[in-house]
Design a protein around this ligand. Structure first.
Ligand code: SF4
Length: 445
């Protein structure tokens, strides 16, 4: 189906079939000819810059050479031994600012190797065809480790620990494991219930138990885990939605973009969702784009994304911004929301135009209204830290040392909740895996 969407020919609502088509895989898998063509173009660089651009340091020239020599299972093992979520990262990573941007063929006259698509080809092949898990567990160490949060950081940590012979108990607050992979990424990036499939694949190594519906602070405390387990890993992400702090935020029709994305991800019938005719999204990151593009793909006529700064300051990559434009999303830069207007239900959002004066953002005093049937806020999340107050926390993030350990011995953390965290799945996977290796070193003395 690709990057463009189906629109109603009559100007009316989209048919259920058209909506389903709009939520197909954004990037369908490569066919064999495309795989061979891309794999044969790789130069298999010595000191390949594409490797250093990947937070999990996948040996990219090695796996592409394995694909080129018909060893696709070997290629998948190369990828998964560095990044057990190679399947999700191949789908959702902004490869255009990571490995593919660094590819030596990315010269303007030549295109970079489609590393993400080749990675997906190899990992999907293994996950679809292997009869047994590709990795074996080491002999049981007798140690049991608690992991809080079954998102990318927690699952990557659990997998590495299980592989090293430890038993792992994962506590997940929600009904399903997977974190943002399951609830927070656009459906067209994770088509075919891939997040659940990948979680099963990861836990199939053995030694990992996931307890869902178990929330820190409600069902257990950090101290409980310290008392009963040999070590603890915290991968709880950022779950407290930021508010705009303006009048009208409590009107009906105003909600969080992540809740909107979750509803789309968890529904069994997309055609039952109706976000209204004029959707205004406030924010400039990839979550704002995921919400805006999906609103268009559900058939909303007018979707406007408003951001208080310019295109260059948006957290969303250029590729994501282009995707939004191609899908008919109107992007308004230099627009700061000052009030949500309505009586009971939202009717409009009032904005003030902004500008940079000596590097500081300031309002111009010039106001305008955007008509809105619903408003989606995508202005970030913060850490829910009430139950973590024994840890050092700075600017709303958990402080960790180079090994991933927090200020409390034996308690590690990674992913979006730590101070150095970039909000990328691949960074969370790297954090989880690195902490697991450090915990193993500590536990084995
Ligand atoms: Fe291949 Fe590009 Fe990596 Fe070189 S930089 S190994 S050409 S993918």
């Amino acid at each position: 189906m690709g990057e463009l969407l189906k629109t109603s020919q009559s100007g009316g609502k989209l048919s259920p079939c058209d909506i389903e088509a709009n939520f197909d895989d954004l990037h369908p898998p490569l066919n064999d000819q495309q795989v061979n063509s891309w794999a044969s173009r790789c130069l298999f660089c010595y000191d390949a810059p594409c490797i250093t651009a990947c937070p999990t340091a996948i040996d990219i020239p090695r796996f592409i050479r394995q694909i080129a020599t018909d060893n696709v299972i070997g290629a998948a093992k190369t990828i998964l031994s560095a990044n057990i979520m190679g399947g999700t990262c191949a789908r959702a990573c902004p490869t255009e600012i990571l490995c593919e941007q660094q590819c030596v063929l990315n010269t303007g006259e030549q295109e970079p190797i489609e590393i993400g698509a080749l990675q997906r080809h190899a990992v999907d092949h293994l996950m679809d065809s292997a009869k047994t898990h590709p990795f074996k567990r080491a002999a049981n160490t007798g140690k049991t480790i608690a992991v809080i949060g079954a998102g990318p950081a927690g699952l990557a940590c659990a997998h590495e620990l299980a592989r090293l012979g430890h038993d792992v108990m994962v506590f997940e607050a929600r009904a399903k494991a997977g974190g943002l992979n399951e609830y927070g990424l656009a459906a067209y990036k994770m088509a075919g219930d891939f997040a659940a499939k990948e979680t099963k694949f990861i836990t199939d190594i053995g030694g990992i138990t996931i307890k869902t519906g178990q929330a820190l602070g409600r069902d257990f405390s950090l101290q409980d885990l310290q008392d009963n387990y040999d070590a603890v890993f915290i991968g709880i992400g950022l779950t407290n939605m930021r508010n705009l702090g303006i009048a009208g935020e409590d009107l009906s029709g105003v909600s969080n973009a992540l809740d909107f994305i979750e509803t789309i991800r968890q529904t069994s019938d997309l055609s039952t969702l109706d976000p209204g005719e004029d959707v205004v999204i406030i924010g400039g990151g990839n979550t704002a784009i995921d919400a805006a593009v999906q609103a268009k793909r559900l058939g909303v006529n007018t979707v406007t994304l408003a951001y208080r700064r310019g295109a260059e300051q948006m957290g969303a990559t250029n590729w994501e911004q282009d995707l939004a434009a191609k899908n008919g999303v109107i992007i308004k830069h230099w627009a700061k929301p000052v009030e949500i207007v309505g009586s009971g239900h939202v009717q409009a959002v009032r904005f003030e135009r902004t500008q940079l004066l000596d590097g500081a953002l300031s309002g111009t005093g010039d106001m305008f209204d955007l008509q809105a049937g619903s408003v989606l806020k995508a202005v970030g999340q913060t850490l829910v830290s009430d139950d973590l107050n024994v840890l050092d926390i700075r600017r709303g993030k958990i402080l960790v040392d180079a090994s991933g350990m927090t200020s409390v011995a034996g308690v590690y953390a990674g992913g979006d909740c730590i101070a150095s965290g970039e909000d990328l799945t691949v960074q969370a996977v790297a954090d989880g895996k690195n902490s697991a290796l450090e915990m193993h070193k500590m536990l084995e003395g």
